[in-house]
Design a protein around this ligand. Structure first.
Ligand code: NAD
Ligand code: TYD
Length: 350
């Protein structure tokens, strides 16, 4: 049997780069990483595997039909794991069309190419990586399960919900072998410093204000990125065709409590006075349409694929903080001009 060639889109981003590295380590597949290298994608995230004999990197856009056709024709792609996306809610509020372009049009362009070249071969799998945000916002109680109705509320979650629907539609209409995973908030090394945890770490190091939106009472469920990619590995290999799997960390935190916990860890790691980082906390204008709470019922993936998160939030947060402190050159290299402009605008919101 010939070696499997797995196309991983968005493999130079945060989660994608951890997935590419895991697959090269654990599976004897050819991995083809396709990434546009937007502000969020960095080859440095793949430094240790860029020259791996089983790995090829292609810089390109998932909206580029001609490029996709060429890749499917020439590379004998056996499977797709699709992570490429615009991923930040605040940016989606500023520029929704970019999210429609990549997350919706890009996903459908990729599905079309796969359909055309795979010609109904049900062995070829299309795994779409999505978010719990498609389910909307919860009150104080309850959790999203795989049967929860979609109710996206931000331009980001709307674009991801739309892409999920297209993936299901391609499975149902054309018989493609699709599977979807919907995960809660990830954290860990290599996350672009616009998301809550790395943004706060970076600001603490630089003695900048820590912008907490509103009262900071919104709740997110946090998952260590390596636990997520382990779950993706299982869903890709063993998930039922046409099904979806919710993936969560069982770690619900109010933003303000999380920021305080991080401040304590950072003061210790930086040898600063207790309370020093917390004194930087600044409540800023709330995010428009800010979802109150996300929580995941991950009992299906536990029962069917025997997966549950391994990393405790306390240890994961410490490991993340340490990684950023030890990799300040990574941080500097991703803070290019375009991001700095955005970063400045975030400051002006204060
Ligand atoms: P990220 O923003 O760190 O990385 C996205 C990657 O996609 C980048 O490398 C970027 O260059 C690439 N990309 C963007 N537009 C592209 C295009 N048009 N063509 C090719 N490549 C393009 O995102 P992430 O946090 O790693 O998230 C990866 C996936 O997981 C996304 O689909 C996201 O919706 C989903 N997800 C993320 C989280 C989270 O907490 N970060 C949680 C659940 C699901
Ligand atoms: P974020 O990391 O952007 O992920 P998402 O919006 O996809 O959940 O934000 C996590 C939570 O932190 C969210 O409730 C918004 C809040 N937040 C802040 O309070 N301040 C910030 O500077 C950022 C980026 C987020």
């Amino acid at each position: 049997m010939s070696q499997r060639t797995v196309l991983i889109t968005g493999g130079a981003g945060f989660i994608g780069s951890h997935l590419v590295k895991r697959f090269l380590k654990l599976h004897d597949y050819r991995i083809l990483t396709l990434d546009k290298l937007t502000y969020a994608g960095h080859l440095g995230n793949l430094a240790e595997v860029l020259h791996h004999p089983n790995h090829s990197f292609v810089k390109g856009d998932i909206c580029d039909e001609a490029l996709l056709d060429k890749l499917f024709q020439e590379e004998n792609i056996s499977d797709v794991i699709h992570l490429a996306a615009e991923s930040h809610v605040d940016r989606s509020i500023e520029s929704p069309l970019e999210f429609v372009q990549t997350n919706v049009i890009g996903t459908v362009t990729l599905l079309n190419s796969a359909k055309k070249h795979w010609q109904g071969n049900a062995n070829k799998r299309f795994h779409h990586v999505s978010t719990d945000e498609v389910f909307g916002s919860l009150g104080e109680h309850g959790a999203f399960n795989e049967h929860t109705s979609y109710d996206p509320r931000s331009p980001y979650s709307s674009s991801k919900a739309s892409s999920d629907h297209f993936v299901r539609a391609y499975g149902h209409t054309y018989g493609m072998n699709t599977v979807i995973s919907n995960c809660s908030n990830n954290y860990g090394p290599n996350q672009f410093p616009e998301k809550l945890i790395p943004l706060m770490i970076n600001n603490i190091v630089k003695h900048h204000p820590l912008p907490v939106y509103g009262e900071g009472l919104n709740v997110r469920d946090w998952l260590w990125v390596e636990d997520h990619v382990e779950a993706l590995d299982l869903v890709f290999h063993q998930g039922k065709t046409g099904d979806s799997y919710n993936i969560g960390g069982n770690e619900e935190w109010k933003n303000i409590d999380l920021v305080h916990a991080l401040c304590e860890q950072m003061d210790q790691l930086l040898g600063r006075q207790p309370g020093s980082a917390a004194s930087l906390i600044t409540h800023v204008k709330d995010r428009a349409g800010h979802d109150l709470r996300y929580a995941i019922d991950a009992s299906k993936i536990k029962a069917e694929l025997n997966w549950e998160p391994k990393m405790s939030f306390e240890n994961g947060l410490r490991a993340t903080a340490l990684w950023y402190l030890e990799n300040d050159s990574w941080l500097d290299s991703v803070m290019d001009g375009s991001y700095r402009d955005y970063y400045e605008r975030q400051y002006q919101k204060r």
